[in-house]
Write a protein that binds this ligand. Sequence first.
Ligand code: SAM
Length: 290
Amino acid sequence: MPTLVTPRNTIEILQKYNFMFQKKFGQNFLIDTHVLDKIIRSAEVTKDDCILEIGPGIGTMTQYLAESAGRVIAVEIDANLIPILKETLAGYDNVTVLHGDILKTDIQKLTEEYNGGRPVKVVANLPYYITTPIIMNLLEGSAPVENITVMVQKEVADRMQTGPGSKDYGALSLAVQYYAEPYIVANVPPNCFMPRPNVGSAVIRLTKRKEPPVQVSDPDLMFRLIRASFNQRRKTLLNGLSNAAELPFSREEVAAALEELGLAAAVRGETLTLAQFAALAEKLGRRRRR
Ligand code: SAM
């Protein structure tokens, strides 16, 4: 049975090993059973699943995962946590702890080694300082991933889920929604963690799409257009795209493409849907190929 989740048990094991929290690793450990239950339930963890956990900490969520999943692979960067994990997970023979940086880990290789190349589910209370690179690597990379259920900063969860017209809408929203269907499972207050973070948190589930929701011949161009539009948020799309050093299009080309799409010359990027960015990438891409 999971034993760590109470504040008392957490403090006891931390004191036993003289553990010092490292801010640089985004260490905020979960101490709330309800939140853990909710994460495991919304990730739909079953005994057939192999779970990749990023940053197991002292193993609180890992114990829950080990009870519900077939196998758990947990990647932890902090060497001081490895002996603690050895003790807290000693009762489970379906857990492998790897010491390393998730951003430098070959996740495809892990899935081959531990799950015969079949898709894994990712479940984690993420270190907030690297949320975006972790999520983008999982979405864009070639490793088979079925879904991602993670605790992130509330503001970042909102950015992933929102659409045009919201102040949170941006390049991250569009990238996440191209690859996955986001769903915010729960908001989580700071008192569910030790130590308490300064910000609110949320659990978000990203279900990877089998097919993108829009057809676009050059997704790389579409994402460059998206980034350029949101880099210069206050500018009109026409100014933003024609002034962007990383894009080769003249003002006339951008103006003509916008007109063909029935978009006003003064339109701003933050009002465009993913489908409209895809259509714009098609128009501009075709102009270049002519
Ligand atoms: N899962 C634990 C829990 O919920 O109590 C700990 C979550 S804590 C927010 C984030 C964890 O990620 C810490 O254990 C931290 O050391 C680890 N971590 C930070 N950066 C990492 C990286 N680049 N690769 C792997 N783990 C990392």
